[in-house]
Design a protein around this ligand. Sequence first.
Ligand code: SF4
Length: 74
Amino acid sequence: MVKVRIDRDECISCGACWSSCPDVFAENDDDGLTMVATDYQVDGEPGEGSIPDDLEDCANDGADSCPVECIHVG
Ligand code: SF4
C-alpha cells in the first residue's frame, strides 16, 4: 500500500488531479475540493489515503498535474 496525502487547504479545485487519475482522486461534494476516493480514505479523512501499489503511478500523475503541488504520494 502507498500513502497519499492532500493538503486540502491549498487545493484550488482546478480538477486536474481527478481528471488525470479518477481512480484515486475525486471532487468532494461538500466543499468542491479534492479528496481521496472514498474506497481508499483512511479513517474517513478526505485528505488521507492508502492506495494499492498498482495505483501509485496513477496517483503520481495526479500529483504531477497539481498546479499548487498539494498532493503527496508515498
Ligand atoms: S490538482 Fe491540486 S489544486 Fe487541482 S483539484 Fe487537484 S488537488 Fe486541487
